[in-house]
Design a protein around this ligand. Structure first.
Ligand SMILES: Nc1ncnc2c1ncn2[C@@H]1O[C@H](COP(=O)(O)OP(=O)(O)OP(=O)(O)O)[C@@H](O)[C@H]1O
Ligand SMILES: [Mg+2]
Length: 435
């Protein structure tokens, strides 16, 4: 089976959606890409924590472990350089060792600046050879000046641009396996579907991998109304044809893709059918999707007791607890956390992010700082999403049409969620309790 890591290779070549029902038709077979001829075997997660450990061990065996190139291995994760890299091997460094590939150092000379302050003429690393240059500004008068002068005057990037670049780097943190996040709230109309679409679109537009949102709302979910529909296929069709799905292009025939590249897997629109979407159905769906997608977002209904919910909670790496910016919204979100705590999901709650969503223009006299404090004490982080006229329309959502402060809040939310990506790979899965 094709792996998620081929996303970049096949993205442009994604198969067009079928016109109607979702049968995996021959037309859905890919004409290009590395996937042709693959075996249908279901692969496990592509990476495991052991992979990194093996690399370190091998380097230690070569005696390279002390080389500071690990510092650049994953600067955004911020853990590897200090946590896993052992110190220099005991004993004197072998003076006759060949230079480490790519570092261009001379035996006996360190790679960095020498302690006497004289430039190290033997060091051909990029940091030594490239003249420091300011990044081109991205916004405001700085950008205007830069562009207007034909690039001759570069005032450098603003604090805001630098902060945004930092957030984007966090959103792009490496992700091993498939990260599953569910939007939850006991109260209806607080913005779960809106959050699913906007957060998913933010990830999809900034990351190179594949992102999908699944509608698990038993009551005629509205997720599929948030992007232009390319297919009438639903999760029910995908499950029906699951054993014929081999490649990404097969599963793509059942999804619709928005301008951000976010894909959506719709639910049945007949409540009598969607009500019957069970825990087993949800697990089968996610098991299938995690072979092709790196981030799976699930838009839930309001009920915590509906049939698919146990599956949603058991497989989720994290939750987004959505509250409106009102007292009843905050109480419902808090009650959601109480219920989760009481039903064995305390760990999941502590990994979750609370979102205070301004579904109305004003929050009246509600002290939202205190509401934030309440959720901050129970969840990993709290983010506020401002009121946005484009979101208020309740139609298809395009990131480009959002106000800049809404986009900034979404970027912060995506970065906050992505901060958990590193831990998800090494997380021990919650045992599945008997029903
Ligand atoms: N940040 C926002 N700014 C303006 N309007 C918003 C915002 N978020 C949500 N809305 C409005 O609130 C409505 C309800 O949002 P949404 O459908 O996402 O809620 P929900 O929690 O999924 O509801 P349900 O429980 O019925 O599934 C949207 O149609 C939109 O009009
Ligand atoms: Mg909804």
């Amino acid at each position: 089976m094709e792996s998620r890591d081929d996303a970049g290779a096949e993205r442009e070549g994604a198969a067009p959606a079928p016109e109607s029902s979702g049968a995996a038709s021959p037309a859905a077979e890919p004409t290009t890409g590395p996937a042709s001829g693959e075996t249908p075997a279901v692969a496990g997660p592509p990476d495991s924590p052991d992979t990194t450990r093996r690399v370190d061990t091998a380097e230690a065996a070569r005696g390279d472990a002390a080389q500071p190139r690990h510092a650049a291995f994953d600067p955004r994760a911020g853990a590897a350089p200090t946590g896993r890299v052992p110190g220099p091997p005991p004993g004197p460094a072998p003076a006759d060792r060949a230079p480490v590939s790519g570092r261009f150092t001379t035996p006996g000379r360190g790679a960095g600046a020498p302690s006497n302050g004289v430039p190290n003429t033997y060091d051909l690393s990029s940091a030594q050879l490239l003249r420091p240059s300011k990044r081109p500004p991205q916004t405001g008068w700085r950008r205007a000046l830069f562009v207007g002068s034909g690039g001759l005057v570069n005032p450098g990037e603003s604090v805001g641009d630098a902060a945004r670049r930092e957030l984007i780097a966090r959103v792009n943190q490496p992700l091993h396996g498939c990260y599953k996040i569910a939007m939850l709230s006991l109260k209806g109309g607080v913005g779960k579907t809106t959050m699913t679409t906007t957060l998913g679109s933010t990830f999809a537009s900034l990351r190179g991998d594949r992102v999908i949102a699944v509608d698990a709302n038993p009551d005629r979910g509205t997720l599929s109304q948030k992007i232009p529909l390319e297919t009438t296929a639903t999760v029910r069709h995908l499950l029906r044809d699951a054993n014929r799905v081999r490649r990404y292009s097969d599963v793509r025939a059942y999804t619709s893709q928005g301008p951000s590249r976010l894909e959506i897997l719709a639910s049945e629109q007949d409540p009598a059918v969607s009500e019957a979407f069970s825990e087993v159905d949800y697990r089968r769906t996610v098991t299938l999707l995690e072979h092709f997608y790196n981030v799976v977002l699930t838009d839930c209904g309001t009920g915590l007791m509906h049939s698919a919910m146990k599956g949603v909670l058991d497989v989720a790496d994290s939750l987004l607890i959505v509250s409106s910016a009102s007292i009843d919204g905050a109480r419902s979100a808090s009650a959601t956390l109480d219920w989760l705590d009481a039903h064995g999901y305390r760990d999941l709650v502590s990994r979750s992010v609370a979102v205070i969503n301004y579904v109305r223009r004003s929050s009246g006299n509600v002290d939202l700082d205190r509401v934030s404090d309440h959720f901050a004490a129970r969840c990993r982080a709290v983010v506020r999403l401002p009121f946005d006229p484009h979101l208020e329309e309740g139609a298809e959502i395009e990131l480009d049409k959002l106000a800049s402060r809404t986009r900034a809040a979404l970027l912060e939310l995506a970065a906050t969620v992505a901060d958990d990506f590193g831990r998800a790979g090494s997380r021990v899965r919650r045992p599945v309790l008997p029903r």
